[in-house]
Design a protein around this ligand. Sequence first.
Ligand code: FCB
Length: 463
Amino acid sequence: MEAMDFPENFTWGVAAAAYQIEGAATEDGKGPSVWDEFCKVPGKVLDGHSGEIACDHYHRYPSDVALMKELGVRHYRLSVSWPRVIPAGTGSVNRAGLDFYDRLVDSLLEAGITPWVTLFHWDYPLELFRRGGWLERASVGWFADYVKVVVERLSDRVSHWITLNEPQCFLGFGHATGTNAPGLRLSHAECLRAGHHVLLAHGRAVQILREHAKSPPIIGWAPVGVVSVPEDPENAADIEAARRSMASVSGGDASSMGMPPNLWSNTWWGDPVVFGSYPEDGIRAAGDAMPRIEAGDMAIISQPVDFYGANIYSGTRYRASASGEPVRLPHPPHTPLSAFKWPVVPESLRWGPRFLHERYQLPVIVTENGVSLADWISLDGRVHDPLRIDFLHRYLTQLGLAIGDGADVRGYFHWSILDNFEWAEGYKQRFGLVHVDYETQRRTPKDSAFWLREVMTTHRLPS
Ligand code: FCB
């Protein structure tokens, strides 16, 4: 393989999220989230694991930040825990919780690392869930009030913002299949109603950032990138079939995951945010389940954003039928699988960003990409993860091709900096560039961390 150069101003970063690494779940006045509660329900999370301690990042953030610096990290995507900042979700603010993020931001900046702050990464305040959660239209205001508190405190130093992480997952798995917190199995209509409120919450967050941020904000969001790739990348009809499937609400095949139509798609979420309208095929698929849209809603939802984020791990192959229709293909038998059994499809990092950029005409940032592997500490004391290096090399090569195709891709965040609490899979899935021993909390950078350091600091993929 040839060495490949990335643009000098390309943003290289790493990512994590509050509930997955912080721990200190009941400390310093933090309120409970739906995830704290869900972890207590027998059988919901692998072996009864929880985020109670996780990577203890709440206490260890100074050394974690120092480690990031050592590993060449210049951009870090973190999330703020809503119930840490406002324990009941609305009302009184927990100073100690807010102070934590204040200190974290300061230490990142001192280490020369730019914080990218996600305002909601799934840890919804339990109290608000009990008051109806996202099903209530009032949830939009609850979120807006919380966002204002965070923005007032951090925006003098933070300028990069991500409103929400993956509505497809926290609604699809949290409210439709019930496999994630809060574990609901709602009807199609209820899911879409909750989804409409989530989109409004996104729009209100953008408005609040624009109105109140003390330094000019750069705002995006981080939905799942539901990616289709052409079976033959040289075949124009296959490319068009993949493009059409990515732009349809059924392209992601929600039903195979036990979700109602629309939820597992790009356009049900992206079209309202960028174009201010739900997609026609989604409206047809929703039928009677279509949410009620009040006057002015779509204008709130479609507040201009600065970039389109996408979390991309895998993709599905499509070819064109004789009449040009997209035909979904099974993964070929030789497709490698991660420890999570997710198919390794490097081409997803070319076609995903490219098609999203073509459709939405916004700069694209890959807000998450990575792989879980069965990593362990070898007898020599190091963690050898050649498969992650190979994964990165293949995926980043494809990302470079997307840029070569003319897609405006501005950045890449690796999921994750640390092994962490992988939701319903507990600590079984290791996504980190840094291995975490959960008994001792010892951190051991994996070989891939050093490999990626070289790429991030030279902006070049080796041959
Ligand atoms: C994404 C989530 C992130 C992490 C990765 C593996 O769906 O946003 O928190 O769990 O998957």
